[in-house]
Design a protein around this ligand. Sequence first.
Ligand SMILES: [Zn+2]
Length: 146
Amino acid sequence: MILYRLICVEGHEFESWFKDSAAYDAQSARGAVACPFCQSAKVSKAVMAPNILRGDRLSQSSGGSDVALLDEQHAALRAMIRELREKIVTATEDVGDKFPDEARRIQDGESQARAIRGRASFEEAKALLEEGIEILPIPGLLGDGN
Ligand SMILES: [Zn+2]
């Protein structure tokens, strides 16, 4: 279904649902779309309303203040990011805020070489990269609590 905002020759604006744009075109062509105020069949599309209802579900991100409508491609991408995060979390040791220090110690051979994860500010991460320490930002998820 598609919602069109329509306007008649008298300037009356109204909204009407159509099966699709072709259905609107067909009904409009045979004068079947009439203004509810003055019954004029001389109507045309005003600015199209952005709410196109799909036949299938509309998914929303869970929780958080950021709400996004996701199409299937984005939902798949989101699942991939979640999977990647889980793999990283499983394979690394969480050193929290000590991440930049610990990364340097590992690089300098002062700490046992291992995969770690933690938090670093943008500036800290930039500094580590400039020192030749290979780090990888973990993609975040909206409403993930992280
Ligand atoms: Zn009218």
